[in-house]
Design a protein around this ligand. Structure first.
Ligand SMILES: Nc1ncnc2c1ncn2[C@@H]1O[C@H](COP(=O)(O)OP(=O)(O)OP(=O)(O)O)[C@@H](O)[C@H]1O
Ligand SMILES: [Mg+2]
Length: 299
């Protein structure tokens, strides 16, 4: 069964991912893609990575499943531990059993003639016995809402369905962590919602650890427990959305948008004059904030 990893996200638990002073430079580059990054991710957390173009988001995602450094030409300093094990001492196929990965373009990840074969592929590659493969494929397709699609061609699916298929292929491996690198950047609004919904359900109902690089700050504000902000390879801000999105000017300065409700509150002059004022980051926060302000202006 796809695991209910751990019930708690308490920092007292052991981190499932731990990066310590990680520096990484691609062989073909003249500057660091990651510059002294240290972070911990705990079981059951939903962590969003925000950052402008070329900030290092994809590189960070690739460190989490061992592709960096094991399958890339480059130079690594520091330590990357997944479940306590250094990834440079592991093989990528083994790291993939713990960390599933979904990339931005679903078409590039799909190679098989049918949906069933697509999900089964990874399992065959790691030598899962034949009789276990079909139930695992069925379970993964059920979780992402693709029951009955088994014999369809992946190429005939919508973008959102393709990306859910890519998630199913990762889930069939029974990972502890699902890493999604801008999984909705090539999808229409419906496809985006489908993918966000599946990721949120996996996190909330199955306590799966989710790490997602994502531009949609409204979604990040609604679902993430914690945000990591990268700029030029450095981790420049970190915390829950309600804290990180208070830094409107700093985020805008590096090219990161804040949620619309936060932007509106930021533009309200009276707000800035209150030293302890906190901007709303979700629609629910904004409704409370508007009520509070109306009450204050009536008093
Ligand atoms: N294969 C590669 N070879 C050389 N340099 C690379 C390679 N991949 C990325 N880089 C460089 O590493 C830095 C970080 O790139 P990365 O793709 O991790 O950023 P990103 O935040 O994912 O960007 P984007 O928003 O465009 O997806 C950039 O300067 C980029 O040019
Ligand atoms: Mg990227």
């Amino acid at each position: 069964m796809i695991k209910n990893v751990v019930e708690s996200t308490a920092p007292s638990a052991e981190p499932i991912i731990e990066l310590t002073n990680v520096k990484y430079e691609y062989a073909a580059a003249d500057k660091l893609a990651l510059s002294d990054v240290s972070l911990r991710i705990y079981p059951g957390e939903y962590v969003a990575i925000l950052g402008p173009c070329r900030a290092g988001k994809t590189t960070l995602c690739l460190t989490l499943n061992g592709i960096v450094p094991n399958m890339m030409m480059g130079y690594l300093e520091g330590s990357i531990r997944i479940k306590g094990k250094e990834t440079r001492e592991s093989i990528v196929r083994d790291v993939a059993k713990t960390v599933g990965m979904v990339f931005d373009n679903p078409e590039y990840q799909l190679s098989q003639l049918t949906v069933r074969e697509e999900v089964a592929l990874g399992l065959e590659n790691i030598g899962v016995p034949r009789e276990e493969i079909l139930p695992r494929v069925a379970e993964a397709l059920q979780i992402v809402g693709l029951v009955g699609f088994d014999n369809r061609s992946p190429m005939a699916l919508s973008g959102g369905q393709q990306q859910r298929l890519a998630i199913a292929a990762a889930l069939a491996m029974y990972p502890d962590v699902l890493v999604l690198d801008e999984p909705t950047s090539n999808l229409d609004p419906i496809g985006k919602q489908e993918v966000f919904h599946v990721a949120a359900r996996l996190n909330r109902e199955r306590h799966m650890t989710i790490v997602i690089a994502e531009h949609e700050v409204e979604v990040v504000a609604a679902y993430a427990d914690r945000i990591l902000v990268l700029d030029q390879g450095k981790l420049v801000l970190e915390g829950p959305p309600s804290d990180v999105f208070q830094h409107v000017d700093e985020l805008n300065a590096i090219g990161i948008r804040v949620p619309q409700v936060t932007e509106v509150a930021h533009g309200v002059h009276s707000f800035k004059s209150k030293p302890d004022a906190r901007y709303p980051v979700t629609l629910e926060d904004a409704v409370l904030w508007a009520r509070q302000n109306r009450l204050e202006s009536q008093a």
